[in-house]
Design a protein around this ligand. Structure first.
Ligand code: HEM
Length: 259
């Protein structure tokens, strides 16, 4: 293991996640008008529908797949599934989702650079984000044949142990990662870099996409009656209030003459 490995697998994760969290918070606080997905649908809808839907369906599956796969302790799933079975599941499901994402992302990238209208209105970071995601995806797909060579799931266990130690602030054995095939190492480092770049790009919209799920659990609207002093439950539509407003009381005593 070199000093570089030590830095990349022991220190860099904390740099990336600190910048990711604090940077997102500062951008949300200081520049909310820039907090958007910056859709280019108005400029050209053609291709976007297929490209974006394929890409988002695939990337969300991969995101949650990585989350569950890396952070579920072996002791939990080991009760009903061996590491080898889990790896076969991950390779199959990840391979299918990766292929779907690859098609969508390649279409998005093609559209962004080949369509002059989209290209001229793109910020350099819009293109950079797509290129970085594309490279990360290709690297991820390149790890699949390597994973199949270790059908016992040993590489997956090393990576999961590393990720779980990082988030639980326990010491990390960078030597184990340094011994893995280069494709795993670059995939892990670039994956962390995506979190590092997120606050500085349009990727911040992913926060809002996930936060939108909270709408399902929102509290009911609080509707306050304009009539003051009404006991609870007496301000429902059609119910006379206990203390009617003076105008309402007068109107009820002298209804307008029927025509
Ligand atoms: C639930 C979560 C998400 C929602 C609701 C969401 C929604 C959107 C919307 C509305 C757009 C603009 C229209 C379009 O181009 O399709 C967009 C674009 C984009 N999203 Fe997401 N997104 C989510 C998660 C993510 C994630 C996790 C990533 C990647 C890590 C991502 C990457 C992108 C990229 C790169 C674009 C720009 C595509 C382009 O026009 O070149 N999104 N997203």
């Amino acid at each position: 293991m070199t000093t570089l490995h030590g830095f990349l697998f022991q220190v860099y994760p904390y740099i990336c996640f600190s910048v990711f969290l604090i940077g997102s918070l500062i951008r949300f606080d200081q520049n909310q008008y820039s907090w958007k997905s910056d859709s280019s649908q108005l400029l050209r809808g053609r291709l976007l529908r297929w490209a974006s839907n394929l890409f988002h369906a695939g990337i969300l599956f991969l995101f949650f797949g990585h989350l569950v796969g890396l952070f579920t302790p072996h002791s939990l799933y080991g009760v009903f599934m061996s590491a080898a079975t889990k790896q076969r599941l991950a390779v199959t499901a990840g391979g299918i989702a990766g292929a779907v994402t690859f098609i969508g992302l390649t279409m998005l990238l093609y559209r962004r650079v080949a369509d002059p209208r989209i290209r001229y209105t793109s910020h350099p970071s819009d293109i950079a984000v797509l290129v970085v995601l594309w490279m990360q995806l290709v690297l991820g797909l390149a790890t699949l044949p390597q994973s199949l060579q270790h059908a016992d799931g040993s590489v997956m266990l090393i990576l999961a142990d590393w990720a779980q130690r990082i988030v639980t602030l326990r010491p990390v054995d960078a030597t184990a990662l340094a011994a893995l095939h280069w494709s795993f190492q670059v995939h892990v480092v670039l994956g962390m870099t995506i979190f590092l770049l997120l606050p500085f790009s349009r990727l911040v919209h992913a926060w809002s996409g996930f936060a939108a799920a909270l709408f399902l659990f929102r509290p009911y609207q609080v509707v306050r009656s304009r009539r003051l002093g009404v006991p609870p439950g007496h301000n429902l539509p059609g119910q006379p209030s206990a203390v009617p407003s003076p105008n309402l009381a007068r109107a009820m005593e002298n209804p307008p003459a029927a025509r």
